[in-house]
Design a protein. Structure first.
Length: 313
């Protein structure tokens, strides 16, 4: 069985090694190679932002595996065959790293940690400490990653409210769902964490009207996708004091262009899409196990990472 791999700018050798080891562990004999523009009659493809030529060359693919959780880049590939099953990674080690990222920035916000580093560091033992009620963290998206973020912040004593498309029931947190409960969710949220997929309905979701529904002085952490927030509305909300800060890991255009105002805004922290890097070994193991199941006759629709193209995630 042949596997075609097309991983954009990711390090190919390390991925080929990890995939080779994972397939061996799953007891599958495979011939894996990077896609070089020529057809090899591959049965499966493992991809991250693949070139359209992959799909015009490899006509006999039975499924495509996305080396990440977000599939909007794959779904917009102009050559993607409409009926080809797509699978994405489910957590695969990304969720705990993203939870760690969120907790780090929560500590930074609530302790005012920015006061203590660099040449202008405060040297005062008697600075304010947070002794009041902790801020409520609102998590947008309660899937494989959002649920773990919500759990992690609960461990550190933050009240959590969650929001998703369909109703969820998660112990220890208040869950709201759908458009009709979105304003209520925002009104309860002091620190908004976006971990939604980018779809037709989540694009431009956080705009001036939505930022105005957060309590004044709220903070925003965006680790989902940049396209969910309207850049100019975010800057206006920060400039007016409606928002106190924004920590942004994802952007409409990546890499974030050098001239983009986010780089220099005093209330914005830019990190270069590193909150949840895909860990190679767990990802490769998840893909190999899914292929083992497909080869054993399991329909792709019943695998955990199956992408519902209608929903967009
Ligand atoms: P899941 O598919 O497991 O979960 C998605 C969640 O979003 C679900 O709770 C879903 O609701 C909710 N959702 C989807 N559409 C809507 C909507 N219109 N309104 C309200 N809620 C909605 O995804 P993951 O948790 O695995 O990943 C989430 C996203 O995180 C990825 O798509 C990707 O964009 C981003 N990501 C970013 C990374 C980074 O490094 N910054 C790394 C990895 C992922 P429901 O529960 O009802 O289905």
């Amino acid at each position: 069985m042949r596997i075609a791999v097309a991983l954009g700018s990711m390090k190919p050798d390390a991925w080929l090694d990890a995939l080779g080891a994972a397939f061996a562990r799953a007891g599958l004999e495979v011939d894996i190679a990077m896609f070089d523009g020529r057809a090899r009659d591959a049965r499966y493809a493992v991809v991250w932002l693949p070139p359209p030529e992959l799909f015009s060359a490899e006509k006999n693919l039975r499924a495509v595996f996305n080396v990440g959780a977000g599939v909007e880049g794959l779904l917009t590939n102009p050559a993607l065959p409409p009926a080809l099953p797509l699978l994405r990674l489910v957590d695969a080690g990304m969720a705990p790293k993203m939870a760690e990222y969120v907790c780090f920035y929560l500590a930074r916000i609530t302790r005012g940690l920015d006061r203590f580093g660099g040449p202008h560091a405060v040297r005062d033992w008697n600075v304010d400490r947070p002794r009041g009620t902790p801020p409520t963290v609102g998590v947008m998206g309660l899937g494989a990653i959002g649920k773990q973020i919500a759990h992690a912040v609960t461990v550190f004593g933050y009240p959590v409210v969650g929001w998703s498309r369909t109703g969820r029931s998660i112990a220890g947190m208040h869950c709201l769902a759908g458009e009709s409960e979105f304003s209520t969710f925002l009104g309860m949220t002091d620190v908004l964490v976006n971990v939604l997929p980018l779809t037709g309905t989540t694009r431009d979701l956080l705009d001036a009207r939505r930022f105005a529904q957060l309590p004044r002085g709220a903070h925003v952490i965006n680790i989902g996708r940049g396209g969910t927030m309207v850049d100019a509305d975010l800057i206006a909300a920060l400039d007016s004091g409606q928002l106190a800060s924004a920590t942004l890991d994802v952007f409409r255009t990546e890499p974030l262009p050098a001239e983009h105002p986010f780089w220099h805004h005093p209330r914005i922290t830019v990190t270069p899409h590193l909150s949840g890097p895909t860990p190679r070994e767990p990802a490769a193991l998840q893909i190999a196990e899914a292929i083992r199941q497909l080869e054993a006759g399991t329909p792709p629709q019943s695998l955990a990472g199956y992408v519902d193209r209608q929903r967009g995630y």
